[in-house]
Design a protein around this ligand. Structure first.
Ligand SMILES: [Fe+2]
Length: 350
């Protein structure tokens, strides 16, 4: 059988090499030399399984608080770079991940951009984020949405640092060459709605009469951990517990029942004490942030022991199996909505 270019590059010869060089001068190249690398039998992103320990990253983040102000930095963020694609400012092939710090008394300027952002709050006693005229106080474990092109700013009115995990769809927006960004002219954006307005208006299984959405993202900006955690707790007691995922829920846009964000799927799962999950893989590379507890996740050949606020990545199509001794809660985010929209998403449980 003649080997296919899906499996390996064809053999080289002097005449072929000379031909390739002549093609090169015309900005052309033979597909058969690169086909095996670009049309792969299985996903091959270059991303590696990776873990960032919070007890190692927190002191580095606080050091940034001494080196640069939030105003000077625009956003004081340590980019979590996937070790397989260093220099790309990407935690996976499609998402940006970072740890952001707002020191007591600081505000981060009001701006907007076409990239969507989520915040998963790690430390906060009086931190807030304001989105489109509504301020939300951030509590540990809260999931906060910043839709595309929505003005937003952050602040910290308390005495302790505020830290959260940022996940943005910057690589998707840049791949499509659709990045726009601008500052809000004239200082902080005015607050036009009371705190909690969006969750009252859209988060109680009702919406205003004949409401017509203006965008695709959820109108709820903040999904409080207290409510999500209580739900997981109740469901873990009534079951069933999934053999791979424990008790796993996805955050929704109450207007559509779909994901809370257009490009980023977000999830919260409770792993009971003594859980020994079966391996599972899917095509959406997934960023995990530990909300509570300790455990261990086997990702391909890597074994990650994790504790509160650690961040780890499971690359596309890498099997992951979670294990705990005591109860743990994991927040996670991926580009699953995009993959499903394009009918590309696949999963496999073992
Ligand atoms: Fe921003």
């Amino acid at each position: 059988m003649i080997p296919s270019a899906f499996d390996a590059r064809p053999k080289s010869s002097t005449r072929r090499e000379e031909y390739h060089q002549r093609l090169d001068t015309k900005n052309a190249a033979p597909l058969w030399e690169v086909l095996a690398g670009i049309v792969t039998p299985e996903p091959r992103s270059g991303c590696l399984p990776a873990l960032w320990r919070f007890d190692e990253m927190r002191p580095l983040l606080l050091e940034a608080g001494e080196l640069i102000s939030a105003r000077e930095a625009e956003r004081r963020v340590l980019v979590l770079e996937n070790p397989g694609i260093r220099g790309s400012s990407q935690i996976t092939q499609s998402l940006f991940g970072g740890l952001q710090l707002v020191m007591p008394g600081e505000t981060a300027p009001t701006h907007r951009h076409t990239a969507s952002a989520l915040r998963f709050v790690i430390e906060s006693e009086g931190g807030y984020t304001a989105v489109e005229g509504e301020r939300t106080t951030m509590h540990p474990g809260d999931f906060v949405v910043t839709p595309p092109w929505a003005f937003h700013d952050h602040g910290n009115a308390a005495g302790n640092p505020v830290i959260w995990l940022d996940v943005l769809d910057i690589p998707i927006v840049n791949q499509l060459c659709c990045s726009f960004a601008e500052h809000y002219e004239g200082g902080p954006q005015p607050l036009t709605r009371p705190e909690g307005d969006s969750i009252e208006r859209y988060g109680a299984n009702m919406v205003p009469l004949e409401y017509q959405p203006t965008g695709l993202d959820s109108p709820i900006f903040s999904y409080p951990y207290s409510r999500s955690r209580e739900t997981l707790d109740r469901l873990s007691r009534t079951g069933p517990v999934h053999p791979c995922h424990g008790v796993k829920m996805q955050y929704v846009n109450p207007l559509t029942g779909g994901y809370a964000m257009t490009t980023i799927g977000t999830f919260l799962q409770l792993l009971p004490g003594g859980f020994a999950g079966h391996p599972y893989r899917s095509t959406d590379a997934t960023i995990y942030c530990v909300a509570e507890g300790h455990g261990e996740s086997t990702v391909g050949d890597h074994v990650f022991s994790w504790g509160p606020h650690d961040v780890f990545v499971v690359p596309s199509w890498h099997p992951v199996a979670h294990k705990t001794t005591s109860e743990a809660v994991l927040f996670s985010a991926s580009d699953r909505p995009v993959q499903k929209l394009l009918h590309l998403w696949r999963e496999q449980a073992f």
